[in-house]
Design a protein around this ligand. Structure first.
Ligand SMILES: [Fe+2]
Length: 171
């Protein structure tokens, strides 16, 4: 069995790959999303936050005398590109993006909670503090997504045909 320090390094590396994937998901969404300026703006600001989160992980790995050089993030990028493509084909891309983002932010939240607990157990309080900072940002993004589920869905629905609305208009 690996010791706590080695486990912390593994989790930091996983978190780094996760943030690289987050950046590539957001890039695809920003690139393809039209007609949703508020969602695009929020994605841009979270993308900037995500870059700082990746830097925090690099800082943490350096503190432990290692780095991100041997990381394989290629597969993660490939799968997020595929996901974005599938969302485009579905036509209701913005709604599918809401599902992806809600799911991904909660995936990040649980990972940062695990990272924080592992750092505390390893006695690496500075790393625990860095994990906590990123955790707060993920929670804020998750709550923005949550608050906008209905807004974005109705915005999308307002762009497609609605027989119910036509009927009520005729009456
Ligand atoms: Fe995030």
């Amino acid at each position: 069995m690996a010791n706590v320090q080695e486990t912390l390094i593994d989790y930091l590396r996983d978190a780094y790959a996760m943030e690289q994937q987050a950046i590539s998901i957001m890039d695809r969404q920003i690139e393809r999303l039209e007609n949703y300026p508020e969602m695009t703006a929020r994605l841009r600001s979270h993308r900037a936050e995500t870059e700082r989160q990746a830097e925090r992980i690099e800082t943490a790995l350096q503190r432990l005398g290692t780095d991100t050089s041997s990381l394989k993030t290629g597969m993660a990028k490939l799968s997020s590109n595929l996901q974005a493509m599938m969302n485009t084909f579905a036509g209701d891309e913005a709604v599918k993006d809401v599902i992806s983002n809600y799911t991904f932010e909660h995936y990040e939240i649980v990972n940062y909670k695990i990272l924080k607990a592992t750092a505390e157990t390893a006695g690496e309080m500075e790393i625990a503090r860095l994990a906590e900072e990123s955790l707060r940002e993920e929670e804020q993004m998750a709550s923005w997504v949550e608050q906008n589920i209905g807004v974005i869905t109705k915005d999308f629905l307002s762009r497609i045909e609605n027989p119910h609305m036509q009927q009520t208009a005729k009456r």
